[in-house]
Design a protein. Structure first.
Length: 163
């Protein structure tokens, strides 16, 4: 009987250790599942294309693709006239292999006929040298006006920040 009593307390820590190991495994599996699901879900990019944010995004996409004719469609007549003076105002965009850009378009202010949108351009650079990666941010303010029930960019931003 004494051998049973001596054995019983030793069995309790084994169950406790087993519970800790199983708990740790469940946490690791849960974390992996969360990362996989977060990457699989596409970001919500649904923006009304006729809104100030939608027009600004479309303008930036046209600039980045080098489509100057489509980019000019998003400009007001006055802004378009100022761009017409510069025949090659929209250069072709080429992504550098060691540089990535993320562009965030956010509404700042909107009335019935005017809007202001903030564009934040985050540039990430990584090189093979140690400690040579970097991140910097640039903010551009885009002003829009409402003409014929359509939002148009009234003051075109310099296209170079978007590159």
């Amino acid at each position: 009987m004494t051998s049973m009593a001596a054995r019983s307390p030793a069995a309790a820590p084994d169950r406790f250790l087993l519970a800790i190991v199983v708990g740790a495994i469940l946490v690791v599996v849960g974390s992996i599942a969360a990362v996989v699901l977060a990457r699989a879900a596409p970001p919500d990019t649904s923006v009304n294309p006729d809104s100030p944010v939608g027009v600004t995004r479309a303008y930036i996409e046209a600039i980045r693709s080098g489509d100057s004719l489509r980019a000019r469609e998003y400009l007001s007549p006055t802004a378009r006239a100022s761009i017409e003076k510069q025949p090659d105002a929209v250069p072709r965009y080429v992504e550098s292999p060691d540089r990535r850009r993320r562009i965030i378009v956010e509404p700042v202010e909107q009335t019935s006929d005017r809007a202001t949108v903030k564009v934040t351009i985050s540039t990430f650079t990584a090189r093979s040298d140690p400690f040579s990666s970097g991140t910097w941010h640039n903010e551009v303010t885009v002003r829009l006006i409402r003409e014929n029930d359509s939002w148009r960019i009234s003051q075109p931003a310099e296209p170079y920040p978007f590159f």
